[in-house]
Structure formats: structure tokens, C-alpha cells
Ligand binder design. Structure first.
Ligand SMILES: Cc1ncc(COP(=O)(O)O)c(C=O)c1O
Length: 474
């Protein structure tokens, strides 16, 4: 492809993207593809001779698109969103064009300095204290792993990177029973061990019970374990529960335990001053992660990781082979020392594009509206005699089930599972589920970039209609 071809094809792709967004609600939200159906249409071997861009685009439309679940469709209410926006897409295009590998300041000074500045903006935008410094990571899982490794280094006097863990007391990590699986995965990778993740009980609203946390820490100390890290969540994956930071933080400070906050989804809500009650106690926090690639209109991947003591992070991850020595070292940030991978994409560019295009007020307006429509759906469910709300609506996620009179718990679980599949197979909306107190729970997340009250209302009508028809089928 030469420059003229690129120009022509590039215009065509931008046209394709614009049309895609105009027509996005016409696609089935969840891909109806069956396992193997896409692969069976692809040739066994790579082409020996060059093929045209037209042929590529045709196959993209005919083979690939039917196997895509449309996360940007406003009728996507599943999981947590991975939303995007036009400025984000355009920023990402420029990142791809520059193709810069931004591992150190020298390999693209602007990438490092823009990242520093944008992370400072973001820190102010979500109301974190001034002392925190931020760095962009690939995922909340990666940032949580970085936090666990830093906590491990910290508690072992920065010896375990060199010496391993064999000589030290068994380290323990604490999180609630509702915490995301990335903590368990991270503890395994960090050498702490999945078995050493202690699951703390939750209260009725699914938030961590601090009394139970303290009890477990005390018990562990008695048994000769070394408490290392507590992970508190602002917006758990199941029911978006908010762990009580101040109480958890006080316990961490009494027992000298690292406090990491997983605000993968909930962090975006902190754009709103009225949601900052969630960070009461933030001064106790050592590290904090949130994902602009979930709910802040910035396409995957873009995770914001903030730490109170950047030196502890750098001391944990820096390693200096001869080929990475530079004259500027020490006077600039080399972000390769702030996380696990060496190579880094220029992710700050799309974040910068998003923040500038929306403005802080524009971001706040959207996020506030998403929270409003989630609460509205919560009230519709509460008012309905056939449905039951299963958790408080704290942010943008509504947990509920169909509950016709007289059905047993077992029957309700089956009924709601069937309802979920039927709704998703319709292609009209996409919901996912969790289990809360043994109950099959439908989750509806109203956080897609372009979701409106009208989408939520239509989805609610569809849910009621399908539930009743399922019930009448027995
Ligand atoms: C609370 C929470 N933490 C962490 C993650 C993992 O995020 P990532 O895909 O960025 O690793 C998720 C994913 O949904 C999540 O809900």
C-alpha cells in the first residue's frame, strides 16, 4: 500500500466508522456466532501473494463483523462497559500512525511529558490528593499486580525481588468476597500465593465488613503470617458495592498494611463532587487504580494508576541494562520503571483528546446522566410487583431478578437464567449476570457512551415482556 492508496483507503475507513456509529443499533448487540464459525471461513494458510485492500475490507464486513459483539451499541448493558468516543478513536489513530514505543523519556519526550500532565489533570479531576503521582497502565489487572508486588517489596524491606520469598513469613492479602478475580490472579503471579488471599465477609450491601477484616488480620498475626496488603474496591464487579475506605484505612494504618484501591469502574464517578464520599479516607491509601477504558469514553486500553510514593514503585520495577542507559536518566520520568512491561504505547494521546473534546463539564454531564438513569431503572424495578431489586444502586449498575409469586428459589434461578439467555439471543439488548447470596442476578449497567433514558426504558419493557411470556410458557 503506497501513500496514495493509504489516503484513499483511510478515507474509506473513516467513512466506514462514521456509518458504523450511525447504524450501530441495527446490529445484534451480542454476536450470534457459533464456536468455530468464523475460523472455518478463514484460509488455512497466509497468502503468498499480496491481496487488495478491497478484499480485506470485504472479508472484514462479511466474515469478521458477524462475529463481533457491539460494545458501543447503546443497548449494551453487559459486564462493565469498554466504551469509546470519536475523539478517542482519532487520538488512537494518531498513536498508531506515530508508532512510537514510549518506554523511556528519550524514546519520545512528548509521550512522557503529556502522560505526566494528563495524569496530573486526571488526579485533580477525580479529587485525589496532590501527593499522588499517576502513570498509565494496560489494565486494572496489571496495575493491581504492580500494587501487590510493590506491597510485597515494601513489607520485605525491598529484598524479595532479589532473594525471593522463601526465607520470609507467609504474606497475606485481604479483600472482600466480592473482589474482582484480578487480586487472586495477581497474588499468584506475585509469588504471594492464591491461598494467601483472605476473603473478608461483606455486609448486607455487599461492602467489606471492616470488623471482620480486623479480626482476620489479628488471627493471621497470631498464626505467624505477615499481613501485606488490603485491596478495597469502589464499585465491585457484581453489585458495585463500595468498601468503606476510612474504616479499612484506619485498620491498615494500625497494622502497617499496604492499602490498594480498585476503582476500575467507580473511579470515573469521582469526576462528580457529589460522589466523592466514596473516597473519604483516601489519605490512608497507598495505591489507586481506575479505568478510563471502562466508563470514561477512552477506548481500550487505558488504565490510570496512582501511587502515593512513586519511589516505592520505581524501586520495585527499575532495572538498568546497559542498552537502556541515557544521559537524561534521573532528571526525567522513564515510565518503563513504573510497571511491568518495558515497551509502552502512547496512550496519553487519546486520553488527552477525550478530556479536551468533552471538557471536564462534558464528562461530568454524561456520567451524571448514566447514574441518574440507573437509579430511575432501580425505582421502576422497586415499583414492579414481579421483579425484585437485589442490591442498592450505588453507581450505574442495577442488580435484579424476575420474581413471580410462589416460585421456589431454585425455580427462580432457572427462570432468570433462561430470561437472560432469551434476552441476549434476541440481539436487542445484552445483559450479564452474577450471583448474590445464591440468587441468579441480572445486572444491567447503564454506562454505554450513548445510552439514554429511552434505551433503558425500551430495555425494561422488553425484559418485562419476555419475563411474562417465559412464565406463561411454564
Ligand atoms: C472491579 C474490577 N477490577 C478489575 C477489573 C479488571 O479490569 P481490566 O480488564 O482492566 O484488567 C474489572 C473488570 O471488569 C473490575 O470490574
Amino acid at each position: 500500500m503506497n501513500t496514495d492508496d493509504f489516503r484513499k483507503n483511510g478515507h474509506e475507513i473513516v467513512e466506514w466508522i462514521a456509518r458504523y456509529f450511525q447504524n450501530i443499533e441495527e446490529y445484534p448487540v451480542k454476536s450470534p456466532a457459533k464456536p468455530g464459525s468464523i475460523k472455518s471461513q478463514l484460509p488455512d494458510n497466509a497468502p503468498d501473494k499480496p491481496e487488495s485492500f478491497e478484499a480485506f475490507l470485504k472479508d472484514f464486513n462479511d466474515i469478521i463483523l458477524p462475529g463481533i459483539t457491539h460494545w458501543q451499541n447503546p443497548n449494551f448493558f453487559a459486564y462493565f462497559p469498554a466504551n469509546n468516543s470519536y475523539p478517542s478513536i482519532l487520538g488512537e489513530m494518531l498513536t498508531a500512525a506515530l508508532g512510537a514505543q514510549c518506554m523511556i523519556w528519550e524514546t519520545s519526550p512528548a509521550a512522557t511529558e503529556l502522560e505526566e500532565q494528563v495524569m496530573k489533570w486526571l488526579r485533580e479531576m477525580i479529587g485525589l490528593p496532590r501527593g499522588f503521582e499517576g502513570v498509565i497502565q494496560d489494565s486494572a489487572s496489571g496495575a493491581t499486580l504492580a500494587a501487590l508486588i510493590t506491597a510485597r517489596e515494601n513489607i520485605t524491606g525491598f529484598t524479595s525481588n532479589n532473594d525471593g520469598l522463601s526465607g520470609s513469613r507467609r504474606l497475606r492479602v485481604y479483600c472482600s468476597s466480592q473482589t474482582h478475580s484480578s487480586v487472586e490472579k495477581g497474588a499468584g503471579i506475585a509469588g504471594i500465593g492464591r491461598k494467601n488471599v483472605v476473603r473478608v465477609k461483606v455486609k448486607e450491601d455487599f461492602s467489606m465488613d471492616p470488623e471482620s477484616l480486623e479480626e482476620m488480620i489479628k488471627q493471621d498475626i497470631k498464626m505467624g503470617y505477615q499481613p501485606c496488603c488490603v485491596v478495597a474496591t469502589l464499585g465491585t464487579t457484581g453489585a458495585t458495592a463500595i468498601d468503606p475506605l476510612r474504616k479499612v484505612g484506619e485498620i491498615c494504618s494500625w497494622y502497617n498494611v499496604w492499602l490498594h484501591v480498585d476503582a476500575a469502574l467507580g473511579g470515573t464517578a469521582l469526576l462528580l463532587p457529589e460522589m466523592r464520599w466514596m473516597t473519604d479516607g483516601i489519605n490512608y491509601v497507598d495505591s489507586f487504580v481506575f479505568n478510563p477504558h471502562k466508563w470514561m469514553f477512552t477506548n481500550f486500553d487505558c488504565t490510570a494508576y496512582f501511587v502515593k510514593d512513586a519511589n516505592a514503585l520505581i524501586k520495585t520495577f527499575e532495572i538498568l541494562p546497559e542498552y537502556l542507559k541515557t544521559r537524561s536518566r534521573g532528571s526525567v520520568n522513564d515510565y518503563r520503571d513504573w510497571g511491568i512491561p518495558l515497551g509502552r504505547r502512547f496512550r496519553a494521546l487519546k486520553l488527552w483528546a477525550v478530556i479536551r473534546d468533552f471538557g471536564v463539564e462534558g464528562l461530568q454531564e454524561k456520567v451524571r446522566e448514566h447514574i441518574r438513569i440507573a437509579r430511575l431503572l432501580g425505582t421502576w424495578i422497586q415499583q414492579s410487583t414481579d421483579f425484585e431489586l437485589l442490591a442498592p444502586v450505588t453507581i450505574n449498575t442495577v442488580c435484579f431478578r424476575f420474581k413471580p409469586e410462589g416460585a421456589t428459589e431454585e425455580a427462580l434461578n432457572k427462570l432468570n437464567e433462561n430470561l437472560n439467555h432469551r434476552l441476549n439471543d434476541s440481539g436487542k439488548i445484552y445483559l450479564t449476570h452474577t450471583t448474590l447470596n445464591g440468587r441468579y442476578t441480572l445486572r444491567m449497567v447503564t454506562a454505554q457512551t450513548n445510552v439514554t433514558e429511552a434505551h433503558v426504558k425500551r430495555a425494561w419493557e422488553l425484559i418485562q415482556k419476555e419475563a411474562l411470556s417465559l412464565q406463561s410458557e411454564g
